[in-house]
Design a protein around this ligand. Sequence first.
Ligand SMILES: [Zn+2]
Ligand SMILES: [Zn+2]
Length: 180
Amino acid sequence: MHTPLCKHAVGEPEEYAQVAWERGLKGITITCHSPLPEGISASVRMDEAELPRYFEMVARAREAWEGRLEVWLGMESDFFPGTERYVENLHGQADFQYVLGSVHPHIKEYRTRYYDGDWTEFHRAYFQSLGDAAESGLFDCLAHPDIVKIWVRNIGMWRSCGRISCGHWIGWRRRVWPWN
Ligand SMILES: [Zn+2]
Ligand SMILES: [Zn+2]
């Protein structure tokens, strides 16, 4: 579950907890998007300076729901090759109860590094990153490992638009791609 800190979600952890409780769940884990160094995909994640606020948000929900619903502190933490030390340090900054590892092949920095017009090679790079993420030992599990498949199926849309931030792409993404 996200928080507004990642800039593409709405709702405070308490609100998610409320819905979870109404639906009979015993607990939830908040897994908002981790910060990354050097401004990598900064528009869809919290800033490093916001980490204390993130921890406070989750702690507040935990306290509010104590005894009724468990609220765990987690994170959706990116695996972007070369940032492993940063990520390791990040994971040491709090007592995380569950850390999802994610490779997001659609972010500009990943595409710039690994896509040169050959989609087969791009997919190879993606699954190599995914394997490296698994072997890094940095994460409790990997999120959406097949996310790159959706990308391929809709590649015509991406190509025709040219710019990742264009209206067509955003519109398509909102319709069929709720994950990030
Ligand atoms: Zn993700
Ligand atoms: Zn997201």
